[in-house]
Unconditional design. Structure first.
Length: 263
């Protein structure tokens, strides 16, 4: 399979979705709750629809796992080869007009993440990666940070108020005392972009879905970073926990997380 061709198709799909999301931004009329997963609007639904349309035209043989379709169905699986799509990561931010939201499109091929695009419409930024080809922001190469001291690091995290909140707060409380700062922006895909770019030195979160992290995980790896689960294994999109960062800090961050989990 030509991964570069797949990447170009994902970029085209993201551009079309960008038009949809910018059209609806600040003009929503249909917003509803979808349980523990938060909010959904007509913008999410229309964005996913246009992404599926573009990708199915280019690669009719590859199925798509999209957040809204999966949420509507109530159950889903992750085929070995599939597009993994979040049509609007950071929906709550989007609805409240906080400018931290993005489109995430990842391709899993024969069990491996091989291509990813994360588009940030408000900033006119597009992050891309192909397995073995490096990571890029608007066509320019990016790398994870080189910081090696935890005290100098800027970290990011996310958490859900009704899922393992106590554990996540304990991890946050332990780390925030010893680092330069911790941010919670509310869009995991964009957090992973900033890890890949070297803005954040590390990011951790539990209970993410495949569409939250598929493209971002590849981006971080191709930028020279590590993406693990809380057990220390290589992150897979089926995992329920994720730690991403530069290789100089991930071991220490992992040890701190595992220490909290044992208490």
């Amino acid at each position: 399979m030509d991964f570069s061709k797949a990447l170009e198709s994902a970029k085209d799909a993201a551009r079309e979705a960008r038009k949809v999301l910018l059209h609806y931004y600040g003009h929503l009329s249909k917003v509803r709750e979808k349980g523990a997963e938060g909010l959904v609007s007509e913008a999410d639904v229309e964005s996913e629809k246009i992404i599926k349309q573009v990708l199915s035209q280019r690669f009719p043989e590859i199925p798509m796992l999209g957040e809204e379709g999966a949420s509507e169905a109530g159950k889903w699986t992750i085929p070995d080869t599939t597009w993994i799509v979040d049509p609007l990561d950071g929906t709550t931010n989007y609805i409240h007009q906080l400018h931290v939201w993005c489109i995430s499109i990842g391709l899993k091929y024969r069990g491996e993440l091989v291509a990813g695009v994360i588009d940030v419409p408000i900033l006119d930024d597009t992050y891309t990666a192909v397995k073995g080809g490096g990571a890029y922001l608007n066509g320019e190469p990016i790398r994870v940070s080189e910081r090696s001291a935890l005290r100098d690091s800027l970290l990011a995290t996310g958490f859900f108020p009704n899922l393992d909140l106590e554990e996540q707060i304990h991890i946050f409380s332990d780390l925030v005392r010893d680092v330069r700062g911790v941010r919670r922006a509310g869009a995991a895909a964009y957090d992973l972009c900033l890890v890949a770019q070297g803005v954040f030195d590390g990011f951790w979160e539990k209970n993410l879905k495949p569409w939250d992290a598929a493209a971002g995980a590849l981006l971080v790896r191709e930028a020279g970073g590590q993406v693990l689960n809380y057990q220390g294994g290589e992150y897979d999109v089926a995992d329920k926990s994720l730690l991403a960062g530069n290789p100089k800090l991930t071991s220490e961050l992992l040890a701190r997380i595992q220490k909290i989990k044992k208490k």
